[in-house]
Ligand binder design. Structure first.
Ligand SMILES: [Zn+2]
Length: 253
């Protein structure tokens, strides 16, 4: 059964990448990923060989129409590409100062560009919800189609300190998504959906807080409404795992 595009309601005939193609190409090249360049996708404990950046494994099933997935959201993709490229080029300074000034990244057009970047993340979140067979809340659709919006989706950007332990040539190819959690408070079982989620490119982790107060340690709350945001910090490994990782990274060198 074909779905309706979750943005405009037309027939959904276009599949969004689970991982941004440009991120994969930047880190791993254009493929094919064979021999020493073999690339694996890990999902729910399963490991699959990925042939190239257009592999079906790396796409959601169609949940958008072609227009919404390409022409309409192209400015959002561009804002994201410019953001990641700038982050990679300025990695050392960003990690030292631990904040981002959107004007430094985008220049005088920063207000519109940081909004487009937020919309890029909102689209990613919507596609993930559909993949989890959950309806996309109307306020998420609204923030994609409007320039002025009210939404329950807060984002924070954080440094994964454990990923930072990896040499840059290894961590740059570390691209993935965390588990999508749906919460129902015991005190209000009929309340609106509450979700948390995260995605990462290398150490840079985008944390999604929907209907949920962000953890301040994970960075400044951002709803496309700031010129400057502070990066948060977290370290998911326990002491033993971290020591093992440090030992392994010595072997890489
Ligand atoms: Zn559409």
């Amino acid at each position: 059964m074909s779905r309706a595009c979750w943005i405009c309601g037309a027939s959904a005939d276009s599949a969004e990448h689970r991982f941004k193609k440009a991120d994969l190409v930047r880190a791993h090249g254009r493929g094919p990923y064979i021999g020493p360049a073999a690339l694996y996708h890990y999902r729910s404990g399963h490991k699959s060989l990925v042939q190239g950046p257009n592999s079906k494994l790396l796409k959601y099933s169609p949940s958008l129409c072609k227009h919404c997935n390409t022409t309409y959201t192209q400015p959002f993709d561009r804002a994201y590409d410019a953001f990641i490229s700038w982050m990679m080029e300025n990695e050392e300074a960003v990690l030292r100062q631990r904040f981002l000034d959107f004007e430094e990244i985008y220049g005088s057009n920063w207000e519109e560009s940081q909004r487009d970047l937020y919309k890029y993340f909102a689209k990613s979140f919507g596609c993930r919800l559909v993949d989890a067979t959950t309806n996309v809340p109307p306020d998420i659709v609204e923030c994609i189609v409007r320039n002025s919006f009210c939404t329950h989706l807060c984002l924070t950007l954080a440094v994964n300190e454990d990923t930072l332990l990896l040499p840059s040539r290894h961590r740059n190819g570390f691209i993935g998504k965390g588990k999508l959690f749906s919460w129902t408070p015991r005190s209000a079982p009929r309340s609106d959906d509450i979700f948390t989620w995260d995605e990462h490119v290398s150490w840079l982790t985008t944390c999604y807080w929907y209907n949920n107060a962000p953890d301040d340690a994970c960075g400044s709350s951002w709803i496309a409404d700031r010129k400057l945001i502070h990066l948060g910090s977290f370290a998911p490994l326990n002491k033993r795992e971290r020591n093992e990782l440090i030992k392994k990274t010595r072997d890489y060198k």
